[in-house]
Design a protein around this ligand. Sequence first.
Ligand SMILES: [Zn+2]
Length: 151
Amino acid sequence: MKQTELEVTTLVFLGQYDGPCPHCAFHLKKPQSIHCSECGGGLVLSLEKPFRCTSWLLFAFGLIASLGVCIDQVGLFFAAKLYQGAPLVWKWVLPELIFIFVLFVGLFFWWKLRHWSQSRGVVWRRVIGFIGVLMPIIWFNVLFWLFIFTL
Ligand SMILES: [Zn+2]
């Protein structure tokens, strides 16, 4: 069977490799195959971009976690109706649904602003990331106090 260029390059690399299998962590010492001798997992040489916690990612996390907060709270109103027969109070449910819509739209636009956010200066990136981390707490408190003040 003819080997591909990547397989040949991987075998050359593995000829010097002394470390764990990326699948099972079995210690491989200069393996002669592109498969782990312990688990059979494929060994492929690749270049990968290391994970970076960017301000864009923190803000996206904030949007997604805020969606979770809203969905959780609106779910509790519906659970109260299902399990205890409590009436649906639209003055509480409607703001949640509006916020869910706004957050979905915001997430869509934030997805498009990835390059824009990463080209900001250090201060702006920190502000964006900080707001992203605080966003679920802010959304929760806005909704919670809206609920409290309209009891
Ligand atoms: Zn393995």
